[in-house]
Design a protein around this ligand. Structure first.
Ligand code: MTE
Length: 324
């Protein structure tokens, strides 16, 4: 694999920019210069850009949604001021400060195509879909393969509900998800060496698991663009790259999808990508994780702490690379 093709994850965690450096605004501004910060914020600065809400968002009245008490955490919620300026969204650049560039994404109109082995194939406007299934709020841990972690309140609905809505046929075994492709607005997609669009996949059994979630909001409001507006996946027991952002297509299939990162680095990223502290990444340990916004490093948990809910999904598959 050519080094230029590698994601930022390829650098060991100890060499990644530490949080305190990142959040030191003077160095930050000096470091990234004109990378669209002023552009997105209209010159009003970092934080106003990070929190920019699309004033015309037609789903605002659906928030806040009822919090589902079954999905809470002992871990403290990571502040929005931290997570909204530290994102992976390679469509807008292969670094963490993409929130400014991401504001170029047009999230209305936004249609989602549901096709493949389904009884109800269709292309549906997001604003219609989001009103078909009641929204709820869940607090989940999120663990990036780069060994940073956060805990955030997502708003959305179970993926199982969307699968039922699609009408899965018996032959379907996997779901393939696809992100938008528009190199005009997504500067990262001009990096021709990446296999755009971003693709991810899960099994139908994983999709039907109670934890698999379709997020339309975070922090009790619609998703900001940098989080993958208007709709993304959240698979909290898997490394974060499985949680595909800004979805435009969902295909039920009998073929196992080959994901974006699997294509980029097949020796390092696979289909299952379940979190496991005992299975290191090819070039760094997964034993611990750094909690965003703090100086804390804590032990990584098997299936990111969700083993009770998901371990059974992998019985009989032990021969496969379940943890990368
Ligand atoms: N989805 C798309 N389309 N493009 C991406 O680059 N990055 C993934 C995932 N979904 C990514 C994506 C990775 S590596 C992680 S860790 C999470 O999004 C980050 O989500 P966050 O920025 O909301 O924390």
């Amino acid at each position: 694999m050519n080094i230029i093709h590698r994601p930022e994850w390829s650098i060991p965690e100890r060499e990644a920019t530490p949080e305190d450096v990142f959040f030191n605004r003077r160095r930050f501004m000096k470091g990234v210069g004109a990378v669209g910060l002023g552009l997105a914020a209209g010159g009003t600065g970092l934080m106003s850009s990070a929190f920019a809400q699309d004033g015309k968002d037609p789903t605002l009245n659906l928030y806040p949604a009822r919090r589902n008490a079954e999905f809470t955490l002992k871990r403290k919620i990571t502040p929005e001021s931290v997570t909204s300026v530290y994102n992976n969204f390679y469509e807008f650049g292969s670094h963490k400060r993409i929130f400014g560039a991401a504001q170029a994404l047009k999230i209305r109109p936004w249609a989602i195509t549901i096709d493949g082995m389904v009884d109800n194939p269709q292309t549906i406007e997001f604003d219609d879909l989001v009103r078909k299934i009641p929204l709820q709020e869940r607090v989940y841990r999120h663990r990036c393969v780069e060994a940073w972690a956060m805990a955030v309140p997502w708003t959305g609905f179970p993926l199982a509900e969307l699968v039922k809505y699609a009408g899965p046929q018996n032959s379907a075994r996997y779901i393939r998800f696809e992100t938008f492709k528009d190199a005009e607005v997504a500067s990262g997609q001009r990096q021709f060496w990446y296999p755009w669009p971003y693709i991810e996949g899960v099994t139908i059994d994983e999709a039907m698991n109670e934890l698999a979630f379709v997020a339309t909001g975070i922090y009790s409001k619609p998703l900001l663009k940098q989080y993958g507006a208007p709709v993304r996946l959240v698979m909290p027991w898997k490394y974060g790259f499985k949680s595909i952002k800004s979805i435009v297509k969902m295909t039920l299939t009998d073929q196992r999808p080959v994901s974006f990162w699997e294509k980029v680095g097949p020796g390092e990223y696979g289909f299952w990508a379940n979190v496991n502290p005992k299975v290191p990444h090819a070039r760094w340990s997964q034993a611990t994780e750094r909690l965003l916004g703090t100086d804390e490093r804590v032990p990584t948990q098997l299936f990111n702490g969700y083993a009770e809910q998901v371990a059974h999904l992998y019985k009989g598959l032990e021969g496969q690379n379940l943890y990368r």
